[in-house]
Design a protein around this ligand. Structure first.
Ligand SMILES: *Cc1c(COP(=O)(O)O)cnc(C)c1O
Length: 364
C-alpha cells in the first residue's frame, strides 16, 4: 500500500503490542466451551470486578446518552479525599496507558530521548517511539531496573525516564530508598514517571506513600490504575499524580472525554472498596505461594515477583505455550520482552493455578 510508505519511519519501526489471547478466540479455535478455558495471561483480577465498582457502573448506564464529565470531578474528588491531594495534581486516563501516552505527547518529540530498562513494560518504548523520540534501553540487572545505569544513560536531550515498580513482566521490585536516591540525582528537567500499577499487591510493610515525594520532586509523575487490584481492566481507568504544571500539560494533549461514564462511576466506587482490595491481595498471596510451590516441584525456576504474576523459566517457551493452549490454558510468552525462555503467568484462583500446573506438567 503506497499510502503506508508515507507513514513516518519512527511509526513504522514500532513493534506492535502483543496482548494476551482472548478466551473467546481460543474457544473458537479449539471448539471448546469458553468456561473450560483458563486465562492467566493479562494480569487481570481473578475475582472479577470490585462489587461496588460493578454496581456503580451498572447504575450509571442510564446516563450514557450524556457525554462523561471531561474533568472527572467526582472521581478526582474521591482521589483527593483518599490521598490528601488537590484536583490540579491529578490527570485521568483511559487506562493508565493513556496517561503514559499523554506523557510522551506532552514531553517528547523528535530530537529528544527517553530512558527505560530492558524487560520493562512494553508501552514505554511504544509511547516513546510513537512521537519520534529516541528510546534508550538500559540493560537490566537481575531482570530488574539498574537505576545507576539508567542515571548514567540520561543525556542532555533526555526528557523522560520510565520506571515501573514493581515491573511488568518481570515482577522485580526496587527498594523505595533506591528510587528516592535516583530522584535526588536526576536532573530536574527530566520527568520521572513512576508506574505503580501493582502497588496494591505489595505487602503492607513494603508499601510507601510515594505521594509524599511530590512536594520535593516537581519532576515526578506517579501513575496508578484501576485495571489490576480493583478488577476494572475492561473499563479502562487510570490516573497520574504530579505537579500542577505537569498535569496541566498532560491535560492539553488529553482527549476531552477520555474516560467514559461507567468507568468514572465504577472507579469512584471501587476506590473505597477496601474489603475487595484486601481479598484481592490475600488471593494473590495464596496463589503466588501455590504457583511457586508447584513450579519448584517441577524443577522450574522463576523470577521472584511482587506483582500478581510470575515469570517461569520453561526453556522452549514457544513450544510449551502451544502445548498449554491446546490444553485450554492461556499464559503469556515474553520473547518480545527479550525473555524467550520464559512464560509470564498471572496469579489466578486456586483451581486456575492448579489447571495451569497440571497442564504444564503434562507438556514438559
Ligand atoms: C497493567 C499495567 C498497567 C495498566 O495499564 P492500564 O492501561 O491502566 O490497564 C500499567 N503499567 C504496567 C507496568 C502494567 O503492567
Amino acid at each position: 500500500m503506497p499510502v503506508c510508505d508515507f507513514s513516518p519511519s519512527h511509526v513504522r519501526a514500532i513493534a506492535p503490542y502483543q496482548p494476551g489471547k482472548p478466551i473467546a478466540e481460543l474457544a473458537r479455535e479449539l471448539g471448546l466451551e469458553e468456561s473450560s478455558i483458563v486465562k492467566l495471561a493479562s494480569n487481570e483480577n481473578p475475582l472479577g470486578p470490585s462489587p461496588r465498582g460493578l454496581k456503580a457502573a451498572q447504575d450509571s448506564l442510564k446516563e450514557v446518552s450524556f457525554y462523561p464529565d471531561g474533568a472527572g470531578f467526582a472521581l478526582k474528588a474521591a482521589l483527593c479525599r483518599k490521598f490528601d491531594i488537590a484536583q490540579q495534581n491529578i490527570v485521568l486516563g483511559n487506562g493508565s496507558n493513556d496517561v503514559l501516552d499523554m506523557v510522551a505527547r506532552a514531553f517528547l518529540d523528535t530530537g529528544t530521548s527517553a530512558v527505560y530498562a530492558q524487560h520493562a513494560f512494553a508501552v514505554y518504548p511504544i509511547a516513546t517511539l510513537t512521537v519520534g523520540a529516541k528510546g534508550i534501553e538500559v540493560p537490566a540487572k537481575n531482570y530488574g531496573h539498574d537505576l545507576a545505569a539508567m542515571r548514567t544513560a540520561i543525556r542532555d536531550d533526555t526528557r523522560v525516564v520510565w520506571i515501573a515498580n514493581p515491573n511488568n513482566p518481570t515482577g522485580t521490585f526496587l527498594p523505595w530508598s533506591e528510587i528516592a536516591g535516583f530522584l535526588e540525582n536526576v536532573p530536574s528537567d527530566v520527568l520521572v514517571v513512576l508506574d505503580e500499577a501493582y502497588g496494591e499487591y505489595l505487602a503492607p510493610e513494603e508499601r510507601l506513600n510515594t505521594l509524599s515525594w511530590l512536594d520535593r520532586y516537581p519532576n515526578l509523575l506517579i501513575v496508578r490504575t484501576f485495571s489490576k487490584a480493583f478488577g476494572l481492566a475492561g473499563l479502562r481507568v487510570g490516573y497520574g499524580m504530579g505537579h500542577p504544571d505537569v498535569i496541566d500539560l498532560l491535560n492539553r494533549v488529553r482527549q476531552p472525554f477520555n474516560v467514559n461514564v461507567p468507568a468514572l462511576a465504577a472507579a469512584e466506587a471501587a476506590l473505597d472498596d477496601s474489603a475487595f482490595l484486601e481479598q484481592s491481595y490475600e488471593v494473590n498471596l495464596r496463589g503466588m505461594r501455590q504457583l511457586i510451590q508447584g513450579l519448584d516441584s517441577l524443577d522450574i525456576s522463576h523470577v521472584p515477583s511482587k506483582g500478581n504474576f510470575l515469570l517461569a523459566k520453561v526453556g522452549d517457551a514457544i513450544r510449551i505455550n502451544m502445548e498449554l493452549l491446546k490444553r485450554g490454558v492461556i499464559v503469556r510468552p515474553v520473547g518480545n520482552y527479550g525473555l524467550p525462555e520464559f512464560l509470564r503467568v498471572s496469579i489466578g484462583l486456586e483451581v486456575q493455578n492448579s489447571r495451569f500446573l497440571e497442564a504444564l506438567k503434562a507438556c514438559l
